[in-house]
Each structure stands twice: as structure tokens, then as C-alpha cells.
Design a protein around this ligand. Structure first.
Ligand SMILES: [Mg+2]
Length: 467
């Protein structure tokens, strides 16, 4: 029997994180972490799940758009789609009428991300492998065929990508064994949300140090004096050996993994994130004044589309030893292409579902590897940590071949809603997803959907009654 995609379902799932200040920064002050969730059903037991992330209002608009995109897969046999995932991706973005309300940006693009991710989830499950394993087991030819090359061949051609992948092919197994044993390096953001009190920041930072983390990120940009004070609180904890966990392996601040990251005496690294609040000159002045807290990089200093602005900020901050990172709001591979071509970033922060799914992410991983820029995916949101561990494993094992200077964001929120939640080991690193049936690890518990679906889930009905 040929397996076909028969129908799909979407769910608008919203979590009331605005009540606790989780996810707060200088731009996003009242986030309700939300999932525009889609399930692709076949005429077999196979079901593919995907989602994209929003922070509340508008999640319904994304769900509506997902319906337009997912309907392009209904009636299709799955094997011809899996045979050429790059072509399947092109089919998803090729609706000429929908294209008008993008193209390849905004709601229509993140909706495509949810659907493409669901298709990859279906593919991985059909092969009984976690998604990362499906991709790293591909031949270089298959991987190249799975990526999206339209509009980026002036930065990387499929032939160049193939050569790069082939040069990494012989050592893939060693890297896979190494990362399965050690885990993938992570950093923690959830200590430094802007809406948290100093006491809460100090407490969470101490807990994060105890948990084995040595990279920490805090939100900045609402008030300079506050930022310096909070940064000094965090620095006073992460730089002080008394807070280190028992049996801690020392990190050498001058070693190859930390050189150039402004690591303190214990090897701890601090990053800062402004979530787009500044104009270019303001960003430069403001970040210079935060030099005393020794950040590795400033993330999203200005508008996410301003490629030359990022390049100017990077040039101005370079003498101060502070780098620039961005990408969580970079809406397609062409923005990443230009950021790389313009020398605008030290760190490339892909988002697993603002880019339109795995196929477009693969193109950015390939470009970043060619330009020698480390990829440190964005994961501040619901479901994003579950997704991105797969992408970083693909990057390390098959594409860039390195994880020593990379760190993958980790936020400790809402993992309990997933059937196969991500997890962190005692070294403060992500564990490698290993369940052969977990696909892209994004399936949500039906009970969580029933509770948090907007506006008729049991949580929201009760909240409405109480209001
Ligand atoms: Mg950010």
C-alpha cells in the first residue's frame, strides 16, 4: 500500500507565561509562549507533528495560514516527497498566490516552517530514527538534495556544499560517538529574563552554575544602570569558584574553546541580548558602556533586517572585544547569506521554525560552515529546545564538524508538555535524543493541548471565568 497524507489538524496552543515574567526582555514584555501546531495524518499509523512559535496574539493567524500551506500536501504519497526533500520544500513555497503575502517571510513563512518540520518528523518516524540521526546518516548527495539553494548560490553552490560534506564524511562516526558520550554544549538564558528580581536572578544563576553551565545570557536594553547592576550580580556569581559544583572540571579561560569570549577566571562566559531595541549608534554607545561586565557578544542589537547596521555595530565593537550575534528573527536564508557576506556576525543564531523548516536550516548550516561562523541556535520559546538539539547535532556531526566553541541555548520552561522532552546532563550539556520513534521530538501531550488550546482549553475557560 502506498502511504499518503490524508488530512491535517492544527491547534492554537498558548501557555500563560506572562504571569511569571518568563521570556521577558527589552522588547517583549508580556509573552504568552505559544505553539501553532500541526499534525499530518496518513492512511497508516504514521503521523507527523510540527509547530512554529509565537508569543500569543496572532497565533490564530499562523494556524489559519498553516491550513493553506498544509493543504498542498494532502493526497500526496510520502515516499516521493522523502526521496527529494529539497523539492518537497520548493513545492511548499511555490503557491503563487500565497507567495504574494511573503515571499518567504512573515506569517506565511513561519507557517511553512511548521509544515516542513512536520513533514521531516514524518520522514524520521517512517525510518524509525530521531531526526538528527536520519540526516547525519544521509549521504552527502542526499543531504545536499534536501537543502534549499534557490537565491544563495552566489554564497554557496550545491557542488561546493557536496565537497564540504564529503570532506567530513570519514570522521562522522567518531563525532557521533563523542557527542553521544559527552552531550552537546549548552548555555542558559532562563536566569536573566528582564522581568525577574535581582534575588531571583542571583538564585537562578547559582543554580545554573551548580547544574554545570559555564555560558550565561542576560537580557539588556531597558535601563543601563540596571543592566550593569544585574550583570555585576551575575558576574560576581559565575566568576567566583565557591559556587562551582563539586567535582567540577576546570575550564581554561585562555584555551581554544573560550579564547576571545571574555571568559572570567573560572572560565565563565556572559552574553547579552537586547532583542532589537536600539538604533545603530545607540547600540554602539550602549554596549560600550557595558564593557565592565565583559560580554562575549551582544545579541540582536538592532532591527533584524538591518544587515549593514549589524556590520557597522560589529566593526565599532571589535576594538572593545565584544562580538555580535543575531538570527532568531532573520526570516530566511537570504538574510543569513547577507549577514555572512557583510561580515556582520560572530555567531549565527538560526531559529528552527522562523526559517521555513529543516530544509532551509540545512542551507544556513552549510553557508555558516563555509564562512567559518559558529551556529548557536535560538531556543527561547516553547518547543524550540526540543527542536534545536537535532539541528546542532546535524551541524556538528555532518556539516561543520565542530562543537567546541558552539553553545546551544537552553531555557527551562514548558518541557513537560512534550512526549520526548529535551534534557541536560550533569555537565550542563544537552543529551542526545535517542528514541527511534521520537522523530523531531515535537509531539505534544494531548492533555496539554486540551488544557491550553486557545480559547476553549480548560485552562483558558477557567481563566476567563475568574477574570
Ligand atoms: Mg534573543
Amino acid at each position: 500500500m502506498s502511504v499518503k497524507i490524508m488530512h491535517f489538524e492544527t491547534h492554537d496552543v498558548r501557555f500563560p507565561t506572562s504571569l511569571t515574567g518568563d521570556g521577558t526582555d527589552a522588547m517583549n514584555t508580556d509573552c504568552d509562549y505559544s505553539s501553532a501546531y500541526v499534525s499530518l495524518y496518513t492512511n497508516s499509523d504514521l503521523v507527523g507533528h510540527g509547530m512554529t512559535f509565537t508569543i500569543g496574539r496572532g497565533n490564530d493567524i499562523v494556524c489559519d495560514t498553516i491550513k493553506h500551506v498544509a493543504s498542498r500536501l494532502v493526497g500526496k504519497e510520502i515516499e516521493p516527497l522523502f526521496e527529494n526533500m529539497g523539492k518537497a520544500w520548493e513545492h511548499l513555497v511555490a503557491d503563487s498566490q500565497l507567495r504574494w503575502i511573503g515571499p518567504e517571510k512573515g506569517v506565511v513563512h513561519i507557517a511553512t516552517g511548521a509544515v516542513d518540520n512536520a513533514l521531516w518528523d514524518l520522514y524520521a518516524k517512517s525510518r524509525k530514527k530521531p531526526l538528527w540521526k536520519l540526516v547525519v546518516d544521509m549521504s552527502p548527495e542526499e543531504l545536499v538534495k534536501s537543502a534549499a539553494f534557490r537565491y544563495i548560490t552566489d554564497a554557496i553552490t550545491p557542488e561546493e556544499a557536496l565537497e564540504m560534506l564529503k570532506s567530513k564524511e570519514a570522521t562522522k562516526q567518531q563525532r557521533e560517538a563523542k557527542v553521544c558520550e559527552l552531550g552537546y554544549p549548552a548555555y542558559v538564558t532562563s536566569a536573566g529574563w528582564l522581568g525577574y528580581s535581582d534575588e531571583k536572578v542571583a538564585k537562578l544563576t547559582k543554580e545554573a552554575v551548580q547544574a554545570g553551565f559555564n555560558h550565561f545570557k542576560m537580557k539588556v536594553g531597558a535601563d543601563r544602570a540596571n543592566d550593569l547592576r544585574r550583570g555585576q550580580i551575575i558576574r560576581s556569581i559565575i566568576d567566583d569558584p565557591q559556587y562551582l559544583p563539586p567535582g567540577h572540571t576546570p575550564h581554561d579561560p585562555a584555551g581554544p574553546e573560550l579564547a576571545g569570549k571574555n571568559a572570567g577566571p573560572t572560565g565563565a562566559v556572559l552574553m547579552i541580548d537586547a532583542n532589537q531595541v536600539w538604533d545603530v549608534r545607540e547600540a554602539i554607545d550602549y554596549v560600550k558602556s557595558l564593557e565592565p561586565i565583559k560580554p562575549w557578544f551582544i545579541e540582536e542589537p538592532t532591527a533584524p533586517d538591518d544587515i549593514l547596521g549589524h556590520a557597522a555595530i560589529r566593526r565599532a565593537l571589535k576594538p572593545h572585544g565584544i562580538g555580535v550575534a543575531t538570527g532568531e528573527h532573520a526570516h530566511n536564508r537570504m538574510v543569513f547569506k547577507q549577514l555572512l557576506q557583510a561580515d556582520a556576525i560572530d555567531v549565527c543564531q538560526i531559529d528552527s521554525c522562523r526559517l521555513a523548516g529543516v530544509s532551509e536550516v540545512l542551507s544556513v548550516l552549510l553557508m555558516a560552515a563555509k564562512f567559518g561562523v559558529p551556529v548557536c541556535p535560538h531556543a527561547g520559546g516553547v518547543g524550540l529546545c526540543e527542536y534545536v538539539i537535532h539541528l546542532s547535532l546535524i551541524d556538528y556531526i555532518a556539516v561543520s564538524g565542530t562543537m567546541e566553541r558552539n553553545v546551544l541555548e537552553f531555557v527551562d520552561h514548558l518541557h513537560e508538555h512534550f512526549l520526548n522532552p529535551c534534557s541536560i546532563n550533569s555537565r550542563g550539556r544537552y543529551n542526545v535524543p535517542s528514541n527511534p520513534l521520537e522523530g523531531y521530538s515535537i509531539e505534544m501531550h494531548k492533555s496539554s493541548i486540551a488544557e491550553y488550546e486557545w480559547p476553549h482549553g480548560s485552562y483558558w475557560v477557567k481563566a476567563e471565568e475568574a477574570a
